[in-house]
Design a protein around this ligand. Structure first.
Ligand code: ZN
Length: 441
């Protein structure tokens, strides 16, 4: 069977994880991500992929970087099905809705005076329009995508509903087996399960794994110190989060440190236009202790602004799109100039407007006003524990026979580093396909 694939990631500004698979006149899209570090001003047609010509989409997980261009695809005429787990469809919908609502011009805090906020990439109603296309699948149950292809989902341990996908393409006697991996968590994944490792694959599509350097517990310790200091000084702790990706991991961390008897009690707020609905569907579980029992979702702009009139220390986990969007703006305006407050940045946020502004020091432009930055800026390791590169290499080493490995997701440098590590470990047939280039399998 004649099979071709194109890696779409970074093919144009704003295009996140995505792989176009072509076989027998069919076009299947694996992930449909939006990289919100850059505005996506294009269309699917401008990428040379008319949306109506794509017959199905398979999503690995609901993070924006893997699902966020779906409303654009539907707007341009995609009418196929979007196969994913049920929880993935919820997470994707929350991520996309938050993006739509956060990109409303009033939420764009990083614009200079008189500068117009850019148009949102899509609106709330366009997120609703995606709903009828979701085909919710269970893990470990193969589904037919068309007459040639079946997909089977396995747990990826990378947040609710995350999965990786085994794809089998059959035509007559020819059979091609692919494994598509979006992102994988260090624990709770099915990588070593019999149906995955016991199978033989022709091609693997993988993210660039990196060595996990930080020790578990170190970030918790630092965060505990930051909260204690803010309580003592009477300031607040702001935690900007891009979309909802890191919410659970950060909350778990806060919950963990709240168990320590010396921790002061503080209110923790989750501030995003989708927080209420999100907490209904994925309930927040307050800790056993009295501290942090007031974990509250904050839905409306008004209640978000009200948070700043609370006296005493609060921890605010607020939505922050990568281009200077989101509720975090309200809180920066009130807190950035206060030396008693802290702004905690988790993980690599190098391309965000906020991160760049804070790195620059001095002042921050918030809703057209220059605000002096006196708050403590704290950078902590990403709470997401991805699968370690070493563990990924060991896992690959167990695959017999060795499949072709295509590293399709991640930064250029991390891809190059991971491919070198693979070759060093004796794994041959490693490719890093350039963005937008059509490759025959
Ligand atoms: Zn992810």
């Amino acid at each position: 069977m004649d099979i071709k694939f194109t890696n779409l990631e970074r093919m144009a500004p704003g295009v996140g994880a995505g792989l176009l698979l072509e076989y027998d006149g069919r076009r299947l899209l694996l992930d449909c991500g939006y990289d919100d570090s850059q505005p996506f001003g294009g269309t699917w047609s401008s990428l040379g992929i008319p949306a109506a010509a794509i017959h199905a989409v398979v999503l690995s997980h609901g993070h924006l970087g893997h699902s966020g261009l779906l409303p654009v695809l539907v707007r341009e005429g995609f009418r196929g099905k979007v196969y994913c787990t049920a929880e993935c469809s919820s997470v994707a919908t929350f991520s996309m809705r938050e993006t739509a609502l956060s990109q409303e011009p009033k939420q764009c805090w990083a614009t200079k005076k008189l500068q117009q906020a850019p148009e949102p990439i899509y609106r709330d109603s366009e997120v609703d329009a995606c709903e009828p296309f979701f085909a919710r699948c269970r893990c470990h149950e193969p589904v037919a995508l068309d007459e040639y292809a079946t997909a089977e989902f396995f747990e990826a341990g990378h947040g609710p509903g995350s999965a990786f996908v085994k794809i089998e393409l059959r035509r007559g006697n020819s059979k091609t087996r692919l494994l598509y991996v979006g992102d994988v968590g260090a624990a709770g994944n099915d990588l070593d399960s019999g149906p995955v490792i016991g199978d033989s694959y022709d091609h693997l599509f993988l993210p660039a794994f990196t060595p996990v350097r930080h020790k578990a517990g170190k970030a918790e310790e630092k965060l505990a110190g930051i909260i204690k200091r803010a309580c003592k000084a009477g300031g607040n702790v702001l935690i900007p989060v891009s979309s909802i990706d890191r919410r659970d991991a950060i909350l778990q961390m806060i919950q963990g440190i709240s168990e320590a008897p010396e921790m002061p009690g503080v209110f923790v707020f989750l501030d995003s236009p989708v927080a209420g609905k999100q907490c209904e569907e994925f309930p927040l579980t307050p800790g056993k202790t009295k501290t942090y029992c007031c974990l509250r979702p904050v839905d409306t702009d008004e209640s978000s602004k009200m948070l700043n009139s609370i006296t005493g220390t609060v921890v605010i986990i607020a939505g922050s799109g990568k281009g200077g969007y989101g509720r975090i703006g309200f809180h920066l305006k009130k807190n950035a100039a206060r030396p008693e407050s802290a702004i905690v940045l988790f993980g690599a946020q190098s391309d965000r407007a906020l991160d760049q502004a804070l790195r620059g020091g001095g002042t921050l432009c918030v809703f057209g006003e220059e605000v002096e930055v006196n708050a403590r800026i704290c950078r902590l390791d990403d709470p997401f524990v991805h699968l370690d590169a070493g563990a990924a290499i060991q896992w690959l080493g167990r695959m017999k026979p060795q499949p072709h490995v295509h590293i399709t997701h991640g930064g250029q440098q991390t891809k190059a580093r991971f491919s070198r590590a693979l070759r060093k470990a004796g794994i041959q047939n490693v490719h890093v396909p350039p963005a937008g280039e059509r490759v025959a399998l």
